[in-house]
Each structure stands twice: as C-alpha cells, then as structure tokens.
Design a protein around this ligand. Structure first.
Ligand SMILES: *[C@@H]1O[C@H](CO)[C@@H](O)[C@H](O)[C@H]1NC(C)=O
Ligand SMILES: *[C@@H]1O[C@H](CO)[C@@H](O)[C@H](O)[C@H]1NC(C)=O
Ligand SMILES: *[C@@H]1O[C@H](CO)[C@@H](O)[C@H](O)[C@H]1NC(C)=O
Ligand SMILES: *[C@@H]1O[C@H](CO)[C@@H](O)[C@H](O)[C@H]1NC(C)=O
Length: 207
C-alpha cells in the first residue's frame, strides 16, 4: 500500500505536525496520521459529520483509526475506522464489502485533509497510501445524540461521499475555516493523483 519511504516520512513528519496542532487530542501511542474528513449516516447523506481520525499503521494493508468529534472541547471519542488496502478489500465476500466505503473521491476532492501537513508530504501520503483504500467506520456517538452528554443508542454505520454535489458546501467551508485550510486549493494540488478503478461492492449506499 505504501512505500517504505512514505512510511518513514509519515512517522517523521506526522508526529511533528500533530504535536504542533492547537485542536483535538493526540491519539494513542503510535499514531502517525491525523486526518479530518466527512462521514454521513449510512442511508442519509444529509446527516453530515466532520470527523477527526488518528491512525496507526498495523501493516501495509491495514490501518486503524480512532475518530473524534471536531471543534468541541473536550473532543468526544466518536467512533472507529478501519482502513484496508485494495488487495485486502478484494478478498472480502460481497456481503461484507457493502459495509465499506471507497476513499478515492475523499482524496481527490480535497475533502480528506491532513491539517498542517506540508503539501508535498500530504501528496505522497494521499497518492501512495490512501487513495486506493477502503474504510469501514462505525460511530458509537450517534448523529442524533451529538448534542447529548452521553452517547446514547446503538452504534451506527457511516459512509463517505463519492462525488461532487453530495455534501453541503457550507459544511465544507465551516470545516475549512476551523482548520485554516482551503479544500479547493488542496483539490488542485492533488489534481494529478490517479484515481484507482473501484473494486465492486463498496459504496453500496450509492446504488
Ligand atoms: C437525514 O438527516 C437530516 C439531518 O439531520 C434530517 O434533517 C433528516 O430528517 C434525515 N432524513 C431521514 C430520512 O432520516
Ligand atoms: C446540535 O446542536 C447544534 C447547535 O445548536 C444544532 O445546529 C444541531 O442541529 C443539533 N444537532 C442535532 C442532531 O440535534
Ligand atoms: C480557495 O482557493 C480557491 C482556488 O485557489 C480560491 O478561488 C478561493 O477564493 C479560496 N477560498 C478562500 C475562502 O480563500
Ligand atoms: C499536473 O500535471 C500537469 C501536466 O504534467 C502539470 O502541468 C501540473 O502542474 C500538475 N499539477 C500539479 C498540482 O502538480
């Protein structure tokens, strides 16, 4: 999924970048990636969620992330995401694949960001590590409980957007302002990332 070089760059720079961040919490020891991206409730693409991911690398094929709410102090632990390589995804039975979402649009749209990461490093991580991957993510802090003090209810499956026009532009703008980034610029920086051919079975919510 990633070259050894990208991995060492990740370890070196992500720790520095995370240490300098003024928001959110640092995840468990071993976290090398800090990502912000958008999720939505499976079955309701208007239930938009901004999610901070703190990811550790378990192998070339497997990352795991804790997901925290964005812009709240203290940040709530909101869920988890498993991220796997296309090779590993392709081994899953079709029924299982329905629970996963692709990351290629999240990457190429500029919506998936690594706040404060130098753009050359970001480009390497996005194109060498993440663009072809698939994620499975469950939120323990439900969308309809987001304003409650206790994460009431059954954990829920969330998904990722796959094309323009699905997310409310204002939701993206608010996120950009919060993190001091410009998604449009990030999208332009990533314009030459090759979009992988999607493996059948993911993004089941689209059909
Ligand atoms: C989807 O989520 C939005 C935003 O919370 C809500 O207004 C709407 O009622 C939900 N739609 C359905 C079908 O649950
Ligand atoms: C949570 O509170 C915010 C701010 O008051 C509000 O905009 C949002 O709709 C609330 N969300 C839910 C799911 O009730
Ligand atoms: C973001 O970048 C784009 C492209 O460079 C630019 O057109 C736009 O005005 C910028 N938005 C903000 C809020 O700075
Ligand atoms: C993308 O590739 C084209 C053609 O090689 C080049 O002109 C352009 O500068 C590249 N864009 C970025 C952001 O690197």
């Amino acid at each position: 999924m990633h070259s050894a070089l990208t991995l060492s760059i990740l370890v070196l720079f992500s720790r520095l970048a995370i240490a300098a961040l003024p928001f959110g919490n640092i995840g468990p020891e071993g976290t090398v990636l800090f990502l912000n991206g958008f999720h939505f409730l499976s079955g309701n693409a208007s239930a938009e969620i901004s999610a901070n991911h703190y990811c550790t690398i378990l192998s070339d094929d497997f990352l795991q992330c804790t997901v925290y709410t964005t812009g709240t102090t203290p940040a709530h632990l909101a869920g988890i995401e498993y991220i796997i390589s296309p090779n590993l995804f392709a081994t899953l039975p079709m029924e299982e694949r329905q629970l996963w979402h692709s990351h290629s649009y999240e990457v190429t749209s500029g919506f998936l960001i690594e706040p404060h990461m130098p753009s050359s490093i970001d480009l390497s991580i996005m194109s060498n590590v993440l663009v072809g991957t698939y994620g499975k993510t469950a939120h323990t802090w439900r969308f309809d409980a987001q304003n409650k003090t206790v994460p009431e209810g059954i954990p829920e499956l969330v998904m990722g957007y796959t094309e323009d026009g699905q997310i409310t532009p204002d939701f993206v703008t608010k996120r950009d302002v919060l993190f001091g980034v410009n998604s449009t610029e990030i999208r332009e920086q990533r314009e030459n990332i090759t979009k992988p051919v999607l493996i059948e079975g993911a993004d089941s919510w689209v059909s």
